[in-house]
Design a protein around this ligand. Sequence first.
Ligand code: SME
Length: 152
Amino acid sequence: MILETLKPQIETIVENSQKTINERLLNICELLEENISYYNWVGFYFRNGDKEELKLGPYVGAPTDHTIIPFGKGICGQVAVSNQNFIVPDVSAQDNYIACSITVKAEIVIPIFVNGKNIGQIDIDSNTPDPFTKADEDFLEYVCEQVASILT
Ligand code: SME
């Protein structure tokens, strides 16, 4: 399946020390958005210094106004506090949700841990309803572990 075949390419990107961290993170976004049909917006948010907020990092997809998200707000802000994966099969059923685009039907957010601390997350929006499975969750946990390995 496509997700497994992308793992070696994730490793190649992560290990490319010729590029900056942000260039490598952008390359991961591009790889995922180009190869997985139901990944339509792919981006990273990171804790903004010591502040209780997330700041948008590299991303691929429609520009968003939500470059800063307070902890607790939206799906992303909830993951910053809960330290748990969050799969939303239908964004219209969520009360605490920040809409970036009217085309988005579903979202998945997976936290990134460095030395046991939740330092950010990968956020994926889909224009397809209820597309995410355990396979996506497992794959994205792998992606986050790979990313964490270059953020230490
Ligand atoms: N939908 C997110 C906001 C970020 S955008 O998807 C890019 C949320 O509810 O946290």
